[in-house]
Design a binder for this molecule. Structure first.
Ligand SMILES: O=C(O)CCC(=O)C(=O)O
Ligand SMILES: [Fe+2]
Length: 284
């Protein structure tokens, strides 16, 4: 697999030669568009329940101050398989379930390759990140639709955040840009590289690497006349696994910079909705 680095930050890569054909990626994008184009009542058959993250719909509203994102979503857990809530997997378009299954299986292979490459880049044991992900590592997918918005000057598709993952694998829209990464207090656009997957490091890789890898802050702009889609696959450690800086990266001259965290995605949400970075809470 080829990794093109440094589009906007050292922790963001565009991966090519990932083993999926351009036609297959188009199919994945197409099924995403088709789902969101369905009538609302059809999509609502898969609605998220009030206290669940999985399903169709926008974010949970936990406070009146919360800034809402200009986006429509479908969130599904794919791995481990026992986390799947199949009743929330759309049967329309008909190909969605099968294509998602195939896509996520391929992404598991990509995930392993990337985690090994990350370890090598830090001169660590090949499997040190992979072991932290675990045999029962979680993969959740988030389908995003950003409808056209008449006030792109004041409304964001997705507010600034860093991902609460080990890594995130993102399939971007092929025509419409919108994703930006923050570096040195400036926003840089993530260019569309057709048929590449954009991979970024998440907070948990920052913690594991004791801060050598940085989880980049990013946001999505809205567009006045075009809709945009994306599909994010979020790789998280298996349930109840504790994440802390790898022992080999901690010694007398480089102390441990982060506390141990567990089920980080749960605390993540509260911070995120207040516009805060959850990783701040785990810094020592
Ligand atoms: O839509 C995008 O390009 C980015 C999505 C994203 O950052 C996310 O789902 O966490
Ligand atoms: Fe993100």
């Amino acid at each position: 697999m080829g990794l093109l680095s440094g589009c906007c930050s050292d922790s963001v890569f565009q991966a090519i030669n990932h083993g999926m054909t351009p036609e297959f990626l188009d199919e994945v994008r197409e099924m995403t568009k088709q789902f969101f184009a369905l009538p609302l009542e059809e999509k609502q058959k898969y609605s998220r329940e009030v206290n669940d993250i999985q399903g169709y719909g926008n974010d949970m509203v936990i406070s009146q101050q919360q800034t809402l994102d200009w986006t429509d979503r479908l969130y599904l857990s794919v791995y481990p398989e026992e986390h799947r809530k199949l009743k929330l997997w759309p049967q329309n378009p008909e190909s969605l379930r099968g294509t998602l299954e195939q896509y996520s299986r391929k992404l598991q292979v990509v995930t392993k390759t990337v985690l090994v490459a990350m370890a090598r880049s830090l001169n660590l044991d090949d499997n040190c990140f992979w072991e932290q992900y675990g045999e029962k590592g979680k993969m959740d997918v988030r389908f995003n639709l950003y409808p056209p918005c008449s006030r792109p000057d004041v409304v964001l598709g997705l507010k600034p955040h860093a991902d609460g993952t080990i890594i995130t694998l993102l399939l971007q829209d092929k025509q419409v840009e919108g994703l930006q990464f923050l570096k040195d207090d400036q926003w840089f656009r993530a260019p569309i590289v057709p048929d590449a997957l954009l991979i970024n490091v998440g907070d948990l890789a920052e913690i594991l690497s004791n801060g050598i890898l940085k989880s980049p802050v990013h946001r999505v702009l809205t567009n006045p006349d075009k809709e945009r889609i994306s599909l994010a696959a979020l790789c998280l450690p298996e349930l109840d696994k504790e994440t802390e800086p790898l022992e080999s990266l901690v010694n007398e001259s480089t102390p441990k910079l982060y506390k141990k965290v567990k089920n980080y995605d749960r605390t993540y949400f509260d911070y995120y909705q207040q516009g805060r970075r959850p990783i701040e809470a785990s810094k020592i």
